[in-house]
Design a protein around this ligand. Structure first.
Ligand code: LMR
Ligand code: MG
Length: 516
């Protein structure tokens, strides 16, 4: 178990305007580069990335990193640095994890990297690896308490967190490639070998005193192995959200995917839809480890994070060691995504959101905080699709929101947000494509919320965002009336009919008096 302290890398001045920086992660299975743009809102946008299958966990038989492995890694680092430089990334932060930290010649290798490439490769310990993985993964998910599981090629990191603050962490030599090579020697692996690996995992967890999950805790998973397990599961069904980040893998589905992989010989395993070709040999060990950990913790599901160690490195400097509240992460990421669309205007967006919340205060004082927040995001993002397809802008916006890299949302929230945008444009939108995340029973709420956003949009178009004082609405005897006049010619008949259907209310916009 590890204490929770002290980052090892020097702080990067990330405050102020946007910065482009790169992170290199020399893992025990793969090496990775990610080039991030961090805008002033602290949202990380991926500009570029690269991956190389290094398999270093296989190259330290006597605890010494082989010459061949070092040369291969140096070549990959050269390539990563070329990409980082071409993207004008500065600084480039580079870390190495379990395979390098366990080799007795790590120091020589680090010196070679510095001399040949001019890069400071920091060999981080299990604690730092766990902490960064926790920060990266938890930052961008709407979770408060639980356990983060990071499965790498050589090691497994676990961190327990409460109120989004890390409370305990562990590092185990249980990485996917290492366990596959050590236990699963037959092809396909025989049942007794799988059992031996399960017992090994269980023993290590018990010896370390890893507790089972409390009823309010969730299991979050990150790392290439876990992402790939989720991708395989998602391929087995129709599913409305394109991103893997935030995907929930139920225990039963995890179990089915593990069985699917373990019972096939490598040749047939390689054809499992969604399996990355270069994980054919390492995934089985990793899959068994993940399932055994989920079993030991008593987890009902595993929520997959597409972010982890690499994002965590950047986030620690931007935010410190406690991830900001999910609502702040969500707001920043919506603004950050929207600001990439040239016809989108932040002032207009804020005006529209304000009109919508003023309306809801009168109409639905008891609306759930979750729905209220989604209405605000939907109002803010409503017209970003304009930059893509003016005549189908709600469809375009809906698609962008369900496919974009928004942070801090659950998949159900993303589906609701997307459906809400679509419904602003078309009240009778089909909800079936959003299954299993949205049901027909969500329609009434969506119809009301989308009517409010549509009305807010129409008003904003006429009054502009900057000039007006808060609009006064009154609700009286089945009539929703605006306290100010807007424009003599505006008769929102269709909207009024829609309001009647959604709320059972008559919408009254006072006319401007005819000039005498
Ligand atoms: C590793 O340690 O190699 C991981 O970060 C990534 C992987 O390929 O599993
Ligand atoms: Mg790793």
């Amino acid at each position: 178990m590890c204490a929770v302290e002290a980052p090892s890398l020097p702080p990067v001045p990330l405050h102020g305007d946007s910065a482009t920086l790169a992170v290199i992660d020399i893992g025990s299975n793969s090496g990775r580069l990610v080039v991030f743009r961090r805008d002033s809102l602290h949202h990380l946008e991926v500009l570029d990335d690269a991956r190389a299958s290094l398999r270093l966990a296989r190259e330290i038989p006597e605890g010494i990193l082989s010459r061949r492995a070092m040369d291969r890694t140096l070549r990959v680092l050269h390539d990563f640095m070329d990409i980082a430089r071409a993207a004008h990334a500065a600084p480039v932060l580079a870390v190495a994890t379990s395979a390098v930290r366990e080799s007795s010649n790590a120091g020589e290798f680090v010196a070679e990297v510095r001399a040949e490439i001019g890069l400071d490769l920091e060999v981080i310990d299990g604690e730092a690896e766990a902490r960064y993985a926790f920060l990266g993964a938890v930052h961008s998910l709407p979770v408060s308490h639980g356990m983060l599981l990071e499965v790498g090629g050589g090691s497994v990191e676990m961190t327990r967190f409460r109120d989004r603050k890390l409370v305990q962490c562990w590092s185990f030599p249980l990485g996917a490639l290492r366990m596959s090579d050590h236990f699963l020697l037959e092809d396909p692996p025989d049942a007794s070998a799988v059992e031996a690996l399960e017992e090994h995992v269980e023993d290590l967890l018990r010896q370390a005193g890893v507790p089972t999950l409390e009823s309010d805790e969730v299991l979050i998973g990150t790392g290439g192995t876990i992402r790939n397990l989720a991708k395989i599961d998602r391929r087995r069904q129709t599913y409305p959200i394109r991103r893997l980040h935030g995907y929930e893998l139920s225990y039963d589905n995890l179990n089915e995917v593990v069985e699917l992989l373990v019972e096939r010989p490598a040749g047939r395993r390689a054809r499992v839809p969604g399996l990355n070709a270069d994980r054919t040999d390492s995934i089985t060990g990793g899959a068994v480890v993940v399932r055994e950990i989920a079993t030991s913790l008593g987890a009902e599901s595993l929520v997959v994070s597409g972010q982890g160690l690499r994002e965590g490195l950047v986030i620690e400097w931007a935010h410190g060691k406690k991830p900001p509240e999910p609502s702040a992460v969500r707001r920043e990421s919506v603004f950050s995504l929207a600001s990439r669309f040239s016809y989108w205007d932040a002032g207009v967006a804020r005006g529209r959101a304000r009109i919508a919340s003023d309306l809801l205060e009168v109409l639905e004082p008891r609306i759930s905080p979750e729905l209220l927040e989604l209405v605000q995001h939907a109002a803010v993002a409503l017209d970003l699709g304009r930059s893509v397809d003016y005549y189908n802008l709600h469809e375009a916006t809906a698609w962008i929101l369900s496919a974009g890299d928004l942070s801090g949302f659950s998949h159900r929230q993303l589906a609701l947000l997307s459906a809400l945008e679509r419904m602003v444009g078309n009240e009778n939108v089909r909800l079936k494509p959003y299954r299993p995340l949205i049901e027909e029973s969500d329609r009434a709420n969506l119809a009301r919320a989308s009517a409010v956003i549509a009305l807010a949009d129409e008003i904003e178009r006429r009054v502009g965002s900057a000039s007006i004082p808060p609009l006064a609405w009154s609700l009286d005897g089945g009539r929703l009336e605006l306290g100010t006049t807007i424009s003599g010619a505006w008769r929102p008949r269709a909207l009024a009919a829609r309001f009647k259907r959604a709320y059972g209310l008559r919408l009254a916009i006072p006319e401007v008096a005819e000039p005498a």
